[in-house]
Design a protein around this ligand. Structure first.
Ligand code: PRT
Ligand code: MG
Length: 214
């Protein structure tokens, strides 16, 4: 029997992947939210899930430790996507990559004056490309979370972060001033695994594609 390993992160990606798994006839035997197990079996003896940090999904798949995975476009842009086949945009965990500033900060003015901007973000590659394309000089400040705090305490002028409802920005007196790109999660597949286990993996790709309506 060919064993298939799918890498997922817990939280929103796991929740939104459940209906896609169901469409492929896969039901996890427990929830990663309540279980501490990092390897989770399913109703199918040939399919198992591994639970990893969202930003680690491309790494597990790239090295073949997982055959498939689900990762946000934000994560894939930072990782580079090397060695990964990305057959389906699953249209889940949608949000937008935005530039945000404190309310009242004159972003357009700063950009027009050619001012040097201090940018705090977890998404340093994405931010570097975005501002380079605009011809804006920046000092990048790498953070691992809670980016919204940085401009409030003078660590940065602006942040680059994901926004879905806008509630977090609002609660911290920040405002989105520019969209960098739309984000959703994609199915990623190890290219060697796709050749070696083609039949099994293709069935999962097809089921996910039908279920995500793309
Ligand atoms: O949480 P952890 O540090 O383990 O990793 P992670 O934050 O990368 O993972 P997780 O599970 O939180 O997010 C997984 C994926 O979901 C991301 O890679 C995105 O592709 C996608 N996604 C969709 C989001 C959001 N929406 C989102 N709103 N990821 C994060 N957020 C955060 C955002 O960074 C901000 O802090 O939610 C906050 C804003 O939300 P609103 O609703 O207040 O605008
Ligand atoms: Mg998170």
């Amino acid at each position: 029997m060919t064993q298939i390993t799918l890498a997922l992160s817990k939280g929103r990606i796991f929740e939104e992947t459940l209906p896609l798994l169901a469409a492929a006839g896969i039901t996890p035997s427990e929830s990663p939210e309540s279980s501490r197990k990092l390897i989770i079996g399913t109703n199918r003896p040939d399919v198992r899930l591994i639970i990893v940090r969202a930003s680690d999904v491309p790494t597990y798949v790239q090295h073949g430790a997982a055959d498939l995975g689900i990762a946000g476009k934000d994560v894939l842009m930072e990782h580079g996507g090397e060695g990964l086949y990305q057959p389906v945009d699953l249209n889940i965990a949608k949000c937008r990559m935005m530039v945000a500033t404190p309310v009242g900060f004159d972003y357009e003015g700063a950009v027009q004056r050619g001012a040097r901007l201090r940018v705090a973000t977890k998404y340093t590659d994405t931010a570097r490309l975005h501002f380079a394309a605009k011809g804006v000089h920046i000092d990048l400040i790498k953070l691992y979370g809670s980016m919204e705090l940085a401009p409030l305490v003078g660590l940065s002028d602006v942040i680059v972060d994901l926004v879905s409802t806008g509630g977090t920005l609002k609660a911290n007196n920040l405002v989105a001033v520019e969209e960098i790109c739309q984000i959703s999660s994609r199915l990623v597949v190890n290219q060697a695994a796709l050749k070696l286990k083609h039949g099994e993996i293709q069935l999962i790709i097809d089921a996910f594609r039908r279920a995500s309506g793309v």
